[in-house]
Design a protein around this ligand. Structure first.
Ligand code: URA
Length: 214
């Protein structure tokens, strides 16, 4: 039977009173929207259970989908470098995505998997996983990586260019949160002036480091 798009939701798959390990296990079986059909696996968040900082990206990419870990591909490597340069130890962060399955189309002779942006409905459907990660990790600060993460956390009117590199305070799922938005590291990799874009990312992450008292 086809599920109407409005009815997409991870909520029925999210166990009550679970810790992060149980949550990760349950997420592996999520069928809350159609993205699980083509992706290899769910890519759940990773990192310290009570990390002071949570980094939220868009969705796993090709390499993350193959390996089952967020931000292990080229964008993740760039992000780790920028975090370290800004004074945040990447190993101390909890890293996750707004959407937990890789969305792609196939193109070209080798039928390469090309990233496709998740729809608002898919983001909304996946929201209960992110909400539960936030409630369990209770980070002091959220670094919002790009527009999709921003819309998932702060609503559809979020514009990264307007608020990047600023410390925001916002209630999310009933909890007051502090957030620093910045561009997605993939946008740095695609930028014409990569060095300037990279320095912009480091500078925004410096605001996050400052908010953590670094
Ligand atoms: N881009 C993301 O937003 N998340 C990942 O895990 C990898 C690339």
């Amino acid at each position: 039977m086809k599920t109407p798009e409005d009815a997409y939701s991870a909520a029925p798959f999210v166990p009550a009173h679970a810790d992060l390990a149980a949550l990760r296990e349950a997420a592996a079986r999520c069928r809350g929207c159609p993205l699980h059909r083509d992706a290899t696996r769910t890519v759940f968040g990773a990192g310290a259970a009570h990390a002071r900082v949570m980094l939220v990206g868009e969705q796993p990419g090709d390499q993350e989908d193959r390996r089952g870990v967020p931000f292990v591909g080229p964008a993740g490597k760039l992000l780790d470098r920028a975090l370290a340069e800004a004074g945040i130890d990447p190993g101390e962060a909890y890293v996750t995505n707004a959407v937990k399955h890789f969305k792609f189309s196939r193109s070209g002779p080798g039928k390469r998997r090309i990233h496709k942006a998740p729809s608002l409905r898919e983001m909304t459907a996946c929201g209960p996983w992110l909400a539960t990660e936030l409630a369990l990790v209770e980070p002091e600060l959220i670094v919002v990586l790009g527009a999709t993460a921003g819309k998932a956390l702060l609503g559809s009117s979020f514009r990264v260019t307007q608020v990047r590199g600023t410390l925001l305070e916002h209630e999310i799922h009933g909890r007051p949160e502090r957030l620093v938005p910045t561009v997605h590291p993939s946008a740095v990799l695609r930028a014409d002036d990569r060095e300037a874009a990279y320095q912009g990312l480091v500078s925004d992450l410096g605001v996050a480091a400052g908010a953590l008292g670094r």
